[in-house]
Design a binder for this molecule. Structure first.
Ligand SMILES: *Cc1c(COP(=O)(O)O)cnc(C)c1O
Length: 386
């Protein structure tokens, strides 16, 4: 079905940060399958691990213990400071699981708290519950009735959040940095105040790190930069490096509400997907990719900042690590087309924000090349500034 307005391009293979179309043309890919291809394309370690696992076992169901799933749960809980993990297959499923767990937690405490407060401009996925959670009306049109129990407040406005909280509030659900909504950063001070508010009132803090997690923002999880820990954390996009997997982590106290029969997923946490995620985490560590994300992120941001001085159409450059947005005073769609013609793949985050999502192992030369193409595109489509 025509659920995507696709670029007029057919991609058939990739290597590192490069992809090739069906005519053999090479592109520098700063989309990475929408923040999914953490290690770029066909990373030899990932390919080898997947091939070995395919030759051992693809799937056996959660009716049985799965060693790779156990290892992945241990790894993710150790990294995040949370206590237990549930595995599913996508970001929306991870958020659905988080919403169910938060409600069940208060049900088990004989509390009537059920409402979840999220941010305007947020994006939490395309399931009915996660659409209801999403703070953008455009994605909801035609799908009513959506599940009740969600409310939206402006990001970074702690007073608005305090006003919205009442005796029905169960949780606050936030992206530390809104990806789809325009690369909008939740400030460290805001996240700390939200954490404190949740602690004071006994509410749960759920962080949706489906896009920001797994090193994308220069730390394994973006929340580390605010010095807080959520009660529930959701992950997906970059976790499997291209293999579908989602995860929902929680503190032990909260996770206890998910006993046998309360939630499930046939494919969730299968040996193949868990092998992919374990390999992604291993390579992030062994190849010091967090440090690469910070260095290349700084290079990209500074390069874009320099372009902003030359081209006033760039209003602001913002983001963390290798999730960077350039807000423009013009629509970015024509720029994306022009960049594609020059063999650079870029994404938008709303009509006016150019989004850069290279793989976490992108090289200095690749970032320079991308910046030079963006410069050429701005020169040719807008005429030089100054
Ligand atoms: C992409 C995204 C989702 C949805 O993930 P799917 O895998 O497409 O279901 C949810 N939350 C955030 C923050 C995302 O960026």
């Amino acid at each position: 079905m025509s659920t995507y307005a696709r670029f007029p391009l057919t991609l058939v293979r990739g290597k590192g940060s490069r992809v090739w179309d069906d005519n053999g043309n090479e592109y520098l890919d700063f989309i990475s399958g929408i923040a999914v291809n953490t290690l770029g394309y066909t990373h030899p370690q990932l390919t080898a691990a997947l091939s070995e696992q395919a030759d051992t076992m693809l799937h056996c169901s959660n009716l049985f213990h799965i060693p790779k799933q156990q290892q992945l749960a241990e790894k993710l809980t150790a990294l995040s400071g949370l206590g237990a993990a549930f595995f599913c297959n996508s970001g929306a499923e991870a958020n659905e699981a988080a919403i169910k767990l938060a409600r069940k937690h208060f049900h088990d405490m004989d509390s009537s708290r059920r409402t979840i407060i999220t941010a305007t401009q947020s994006f939490h996925g395309r399931l009915l519950s996660t659409l209801a959670a999403t703070g953008q009306d455009k994605v909801k049109v035609g799908f009513d009735p959506l599940p009740p129990g969600f409310l939206h407040v402006p990001l970074n406005d702690i007073e608005a959040l305090k006003q919205a909280v009442n005796e029905q509030t169960a949780a606050v659900l936030l992206e530390p940095l809104q990806g789809e909504g325009g690369v909008n950063i939740a400030t460290g001070a805001y996240l700390q105040s939200v954490r404190k508010l949740c602690d004071d009132l006994g509410l749960l803090l759920i962080l949706d790190e489906v896009q920001t997690g797994i090193g994308r923002c220069g730390t394994m999880f973006a929340f580390e930069q605010a010095g807080i820990v959520p009660d529930i954390l959701t992950l997906a996009k970059g976790l499997g490096g291209g293999v579908a997997i989602g995860a929902m982590l929680a503190t032990n106290a909260v996770a206890d509400s998910f006993g046998p029969g309360t939630h499930g997923s046939t494919f969730g946490g299968n040996p193949l997907a868990c092998t992919a995620a374990l390999t992604v985490l291993d390579v992030i560590e062994s190849d010091s990719l967090l440090s690469n994300v910070r260095l290349r992120g700084e290079q990209l941001r500074q390069g874009l900042q320099a372009l902003a001085c030359r081209f006033p159409v760039i209003l602001q450059v913002r983001g963390q690590g290798l999730l960077i947005g350039a807000e423009m005073s013009v629509e970015v769609a024509p720029l994306i087309t022009a960049a594609r013609d020059k063999r650079l793949l870029l994404l938008m985050a709303g009509p006016n924000v150019l989004r850069f999502l290279p793989p976490l192992n992108v090289s200095m030369a690749d970032v320079d090349e991308a910046l030079s193409i963006v410069c050429t595109v701005l020169e040719s489509t807008l005429g030089a500034g100054e």
